[in-house]
Ligand binder design. Structure first.
Ligand code: AP5
Length: 226
């Protein structure tokens, strides 16, 4: 393990708020990996593992997978060598139990910043109704950008629609998010690491706001260390 502090960026936000989109942008800036619990779970389902079989119905209904299953997946992923300088958590934690579990994975020297992307339900439904996803690298596309080609611009894999991107399931995912998030936001607000960004502006504008937060976080880390 290196001595310098790891940067851990937690992206909170409802379904379709842009967590995955912004995680990929942050990854392109900083080189630290995006860890999406949704993608980890879908990979288990696609590979037909016991874990995948046990969580499939939960994802299809828009509920939350149990904390032990998620905690195990996260712990394995964080232990990989590409996380040595830090990582971006996309969709984790989602409740207080997961936030407490994440604390157990952190080092005293880590620099944690939690960024919540705020969006309205009608915007979310519109975005997800048009979303196409790459099953290989996880890149998501709005329908307008994927209309002329059905393949991923980054890796050439065929794009698919997610089975949970139907309006009734989107509404259920949003309801889960609304129920679980206020205590989580309080948990991080009390620690002084919680920031919010308006997620309804164009992706580049959202990214600009996130960049500003990350610059301030880096400055605070340096001044705390000196
Ligand atoms: P997960 O895969 O994490 O889904 P989600 O949280 O519902 O979020 P999405 O991936 O749908 O959206 P996003 O915020 O990443 O938005 P995106 O950038 O793609 O989880 C799926 C399921 O797994 C959960 O329902 C649950 O069952 C389970 N699960 C996952 N984590 C769990 C956990 N920790 N505990 C328990 N269970 C868990 O953008 C969406 C679309 O909008 C795209 O088309 C994109 O191009 C477009 N877009 C993005 N930003 C903008 C913008 N600013 N303006 C216009 N369009 C935009």
């Amino acid at each position: 393990m290196k001595n310098e502090s790891r940067l851990i960026v937690v992206l909170l936000g409802g379904p379709g708020s842009g967590k995955g989109t912004q995680a990929q942008i942050i990854n392109s800036w900083l080189g630290i990996p995006q860890i999406s619990t949704g993608q980890l779970l879908r990979s288990e389902i696609d590979r037909g593992t016991e874990c995948g079989k046990s969580v499939r119905a939960i994802l299809e209904a828009g509920g939350l997978v149990d904390d032990d299953t998620i905690g195990g997946l996260i712990s394995n992923r964080i232990g990989m060598s590409d996380c040595i300088d830090g990582f971006i958590l996309d969709g984790y934690p989602r409740d207080i139990g997961q936030a407490v579990a994440l604390d157990r994975e952190l080092l005293v020297s880590d620099c944690l910043v939690v960024i919540a992307l705020s969006t309205h339900l009608d915007t979310i439904v519109r975005r997800l109704a048009g979303r196409w996803n790459c099953t290989y690298c996880g890149t998501s596309y709005a329908s307008s950008s994927s209309a002329h080609s059905n393949t991923c611009e980054k890796c050439g894999t065929v794009l698919i629609r997610r089975t949970d991107d139907h309006e009734i399931v989107i509404r259920s995912r949003f309801a889960t998010f609304q129920r679980e998030t206020p205590p989580l936001a309080d948990f991080y607000r009390k620690r002084g690491v919680y920031e919010t960004v308006n997620g309804m502006r164009p992706p580049a504008k959202v990214a600009e706001a996130i960049a500003k937060i990350l610059r301030n976080t880096a400055a605070a880390t340096v001044s705390n260390a000196s």
